[in-house]
Design a protein around this ligand. Structure first.
Ligand SMILES: [Zn+2]
Length: 93
């Protein structure tokens, strides 16, 4: 799976989530979490927020993640990723 990238695009790895049931393949797995930061001038002017992405290692579906969960994870708060925090962005099959 390729994540679209450009000069201004920065992908930060945020580690793995807790075990969550993937809403697409139904398997219990730890989602890989990424933060997609667009550092371009256009994004800056539009005050575009970083996009939070989760990838299911079982079916390679890409999800956007509830920003609240990412915020809590970054703050070190004990938080649980739930299937309803995931919105399908790219389905690979
Ligand atoms: Zn899956």
């Amino acid at each position: 799976m390729a994540i679209k990238s450009s000069e201004n695009l920065k992908i930060n790895e945020l580690g793995d989530s807790n075990v969550v049931i993937c809403p697409v393949c139904g398997k219990a797995t730890e989602m890989r979490l990424f933060e997609n930061v667009d550092g371009s001038m256009v994004a800056h002017l539009l005050k575009k927020a970083p996009q939070n992405i989760a990838v299911c290692p079982k079916c390679a579906t890409v999800f956007t993640v509830n920003p609240h969960y990412i915020e809590e994870k970054k703050n070190g708060t004990v938080c649980t990723l739930e299937p309803q925090d995931l919105t399908v962005l790219v389905k690979n099959r």
